[in-house]
Design a protein around this ligand. Structure first.
Ligand code: RUQ
Ligand code: CUA
Length: 645
C-alpha cells in the first residue's frame, strides 16, 4: 500500500497512548485476528475490551486550508437560513432516528422508534405501545429511504432493530413511525436495503446464526445453524419470503434494476465461536437472484420454520439458482453499489482491501458461463479495517477505514486498471478522522444522483475533540467537504450513542406536513371508541364511564386552555385520556401531563392521541400542558379528582 497520500497530522502523545494508537498497534500486531475483529465490529457483538483511553493532546486539523484542489464548501448556515440537506441518522443503541440539517449539523428532531420517549409519549400512548408490544429498547443501525426510479421518493424511511429483530417504517411527511414488523426467526437483524427501481421489497439480513427453529434443539450442532435474508413489502410491511443461508449475513444492498439483492457474508466456515468464525481466509458476497426466488415462492417450492407462516427458500450449501457466492477476502462488512449501478463494492473489514464486483457479469455467473470469482474486477488496498464505502458520482469511492482512522478516497476505474495489470495508483488521498470511524456516507451517495458535495464520517470515539463529559465520551460525526480533488475536514459534530449510518438527502425531496393527517393507523382505534361513545373528537369534552373500572375521558385542547378543566374518576379506575388538539396553527403542539401518574404525551396540531393509566391514588391531581403553546401556556391546566370507591 502506498503511504505517501496519507495525511498524518494527528500526533499521538508518546507517553500516553490513545485508544487510536492502541487499536492500530493491536490490529497490526495480530494481523487482523480475533482481537482486531472484536474491536472492528460495530454494535452489540463487540465487547468493549479497551480501557486505554487517555486523552491525546494536540490532536488538530487534518488538512492545511487552501491546499491544492481541496474542497471549498462552507458549513456556515447563517441565522434564519435553512440547510441544503436533510441528514437522516440512525441513533444506534438509543433506538431512535435523528434528523439533522446538513451542512450545519444542527439536530432538528429525534424520532422515537424502538425507544420510550417522554416528550411525545412514544412507547406509552395506546397505539405506540401496541406497536412496540411492550418493548422499550432497540438498536437502530441502518436507515434507508424508499426509492422510485433510482432516487428517493420522499415517502418512507426504513430502519432496523438489531437487538430485537424488527423493521420499522417512518412516514417522512410526518417524521413519525407508522409501522413496525417483527422478522420471524431472525436474530441480530442488521443490514437492510430497499429496492431502488420502485418502492418494492426491503431486504433484511439476520447477522446472528442460530439453530432454526430456535426451540432448544441442536444448540451445539453447528451444521444446524443458519441465517435468513428476508424480504418485506415496503408498502404493506408484510414479510413476503425468506432465504435460508449457512453464513452470518452482515450489510445488505439492492441493485438499481430490481434483479438482485446483496449480502456480505462472514463465517463461511460455519463456526459457532468467535475464533472459529474468523478462521477462513475467504468469505463471500452473496447475490440473491430475485426472479428465481420469487418463482420458487409462487411455485410453492418452499418450507416454513417453526410457527412462522412465511415461505422460506432453502439455499444452504451450494451455488444454485437462488444465491451466487462470490469469494472475497475474509469477513467483508459493508456492501455498497456505485451510483451508476455498475459495481458492488465490499469493504474487507479483516482484509485491507475493497472488492469491486461487476454487476453486469453476475448473470453469466448464475448461468455457469463464468466462475463466481470472475465477477471481481478490482481489489484495491485501501487501509486497515475497511468498513463502508460512499460515492461522489464522479467515479470516486470513499471508504471508511476503522483501524487506520481514515477515509480513503480512491478511483474505481483506476482500481480496475490496476487489477488488470496497469501501473496506476487508485488511491487519491487518506484523510485522518477522529477516531475509529464506522460508517461513511456522502450526499445522495446511495442514489443515481450522488452529488459529491458532503461526506459524513461517523466516528465512534471523539476523545479530546470536545469538552470532557465523564467516562462516556461523545461520538463525533465529522463532516468532510468532498467537492474538490482533495477531501477537507469541515466540521466536528458531537453526538450521543452510536449512529451507525446516516443519509444526506437533498432537501427538495422531502415534503413535511404541518398538521396531523387523520388517516394514521392510530385512528382506527380512536375513531372506533368515539363512534361507540357518540363523540365528535373535534369538539366534545365528556367523561364516559364504560363499566365499573373503565373510564374514557374525551378532551379538546385549544391554546391556552383545555376544553375540560375538571373531571372525576374513582380510585382504581383504568382511565383513557383521548385529547384532540383543535389548533391548526403550524407548530402549535399541546400535551397532557397528569401529575404523579407517569402520564405525559404530546398532540400535534389537528391530531388526537390517547394514553391509558390507572388512577390508583385518591386525591386531587392537576393535569397540565407540557408543550409551550401560548403566552398563557403555563396556565393551561385542569383538575383530576380521584374519589374513593
Ligand atoms: S454497521 S459501522 Cu451496522 Cu458498520 Cu455499524
Ligand atoms: Cu397547550 Cu401548552
Amino acid at each position: 500500500m502506498s503511504d505517501e497520500n496519507h495525511d498524518e497530522t494527528t500526533p499521538e502523545a508518546p507517553s500516553k497512548p490513545g485508544r487510536r494508537g492502541f487499536i492500530a498497534k493491536t490490529g497490526l500486531a495480530i494481523g487482523g485476528g480475533v482481537v482486531a475483529a472484536q474491536m472492528i465490529g460495530c454494535g452489540n457483538e463487540s465487547p468493549a475490551t479497551d480501557t486505554n483511553q487517555a486523552a491525546t493532546p494536540g490532536a488538530g486539523s487534518d488538512e492545511t486550508p487552501g491546499a491544492e484542489g481541496e474542497g471549498h464548501l462552507s458549513t456556515d448556515v447563517e441565522p434564519g437560513q435553512l440547510d441544503d440537506y436533510y441528514g437522516i441518522w440512525s441513533g444506534g443503541q438509543s433506538g431512535e432516528v435523528r434528523i439533522l440539517g446538513v451542512p450545519s449539523m444542527r439536530e432538528l428532531k429525534r424520532i422515537p422508534v424502538f425507544n420510550r420517549d417522554a416528550a411525545t409519549g412514544w412507547g406509552a400512548t395506546d397505539w405506540s405501545k401496541e406497536l412496540l408490544k411492550g418493548r422499550s429498547s432497540g438498536d437502530t443501525h441502518h436507515v434507508h429511504l424508499s426509492y422510485t426510479d433510482g432516487t428517493y421518493d420522499g415517502r418512507y424511511a426504513y430502519v432496523n432493530d438489531k437487538a430485537q429483530g424488527r423493521l420499522a417504517r417512518i412516514r417522512l411527511d410526518l417524521m413519525e413511525v407508522d409501522s413496525i414488523v417483527d422478522i420471524p426467526n431472525s436474530f441480530g437483524t442488521h443490514g437492510i436495503f430497499p429496492q431502488r427501481h420502485r418502492t418494492g421489497l426491503v431486504f433484511c439480513n439476520s447477522e446472528f446464526r442460530a439453530p432454526l427453529p430456535n426451540n432448544g434443539t441442536d444448540m451445539d450442532d453447528k451444521t444446524k445453524y443458519s441465517a435468513l435474508h428476508t424480504a418485506i413489502d415496503g408498502e404493506s410491511m408484510e414479510v413476503k419470503w425468506q432465504v435460508q443461508i449457512e453464513g452470518n449475513l452482515d450489510l445488505a444492498a439492492a441493485d438499481y434494476e430490481g434483479k438482485y439483492s446483496f449480502a456480505c457474508c462472514y463465517n463461511s466456515e460455519g463456526g459457532v465461536t468467535l475464533e472459529e468464525m474468523m478462521a477462513a481466509d475467504r468469505d463471500y458476497l452473496y447475490v440473491f437472484n430475485l426472479e428465481n426466488i420469487e418463482n420458487a415462492v409462487s411455485g410453492g417450492n418452499t418450507t416454513t420454520i417453526g410457527d412462522s407462516p412465511v415461505p422460506v427458500v432453502d439455499a444452504r450449501g451450494d451455488n444454485g439458482p437462488f444465491v451466487l457466492r462470490i469469494p472475497v477476502p475474509k469477513s467483508p462488512h459493508g456492501v455498497n453499489i456505485s451510483p451508476d449501478g455498475r459495481y458492488a463494492i465490499c469493504s474487507g473489514k479483516l482484509s485491507p482491501t475493497c472488492t469491486v464486483v461487476d454487476i453486469q457479469k453476475i448473470a453469466q455467473a448464475f448461468a455457469g458461463d463464468i466462475e463466481p470469482r470472475d465477477c471481481v474486477v478490482a481489489e484495491p488496498e485501501v487501509g486497515l479495517g475497511p468498513l463502508h464505502t460512499a460515492f461522489d458520482g464522479r467515479g470516486n469511492a470513499y471508504t471508511s477505514i476503522f483501524i487506520d482512522s481514515v477515509v480513503t478516497k480512491w478511483n474505481i476505474e483506476k482500481a480496475i486498471q490496476k487489477f488488470g495489470g496497469q501501473d496506476v495508483d487508485p488511491i487519491i488521498q487518506k484523510l485522518d478522522v477522529n477516531y475509529q470511524i464506522g460508517h461513511v456516507n456522502a450526499s445522495m451517495s446511495e442514489t443515481k444522483n450522488a452529488d459529491g458535495k458532503w461526506c459524513v464520517a461517523l466516528c465512534k470515539f471523539s476523545k479530546d475533540r470536545f469538552l470532557p463529559v465523564g467516562p462516556l465520551h461523545p461520538e463525533n460525526d465529522q463532516l468532510i467537504d468532498i467537492s474538490g480533488e482533495r477531501m477537507r475536514l469541515a466540521h466536528d459534530g458531537a453526538t450521543y450513542s452510536e449512529p451507525h449510518d446516516a443519509l444526506i438527502v437533498d432537501k427538495s425531496l422531502i415534503h413535511p406536513v404541518n398538521v396531523d393527517p387523520r388517516d394514521l393507523p392510530r385512528y382506527t382505534q380512536i375513531n372506533a371508541w368515539a363512534e361507540e361513545d357518540g363523540i365528535n373528537l373535534m369538539q366534545d369534552n365528556r367523561v364516559v364511564r364504560k363499566d365499573d373500572n373503565h373510564v374514557r375521558v374525551y378532551m379538546t385542547s385549544r391554546a391556552p386552555a383545555y376544553g375540560m378543566t375538571e373531571f372525576r374518576v374513582k380510585q382504581g379506575d383504568i382511565v383513557t385520556i383521548i385529547d384532540t388538539n383543535q389548533d391548526d396553527v403550524e407548530d402549535l403542539s399541546h400535551g397532557v401531563c397528569v401529575t404523579n401518574h407517569d402520564v405525559n404525551f404530546g398532540i400535534n396540531p389537528q391530531g388526537t392521541q390517547s394514553m391509558t393509566f390507572t388512577a390508583d391514588k385518591v386525591g386531587l391531581f392537576w393535569y397540565y400542558c407540557p408543550w409551550f403553546c401560548h403566552a398563557l401556556h403555563l396556565e393551561m391546566r385542569g383538575r383530576m379528582i380521584v374519589e374513593p370507591r
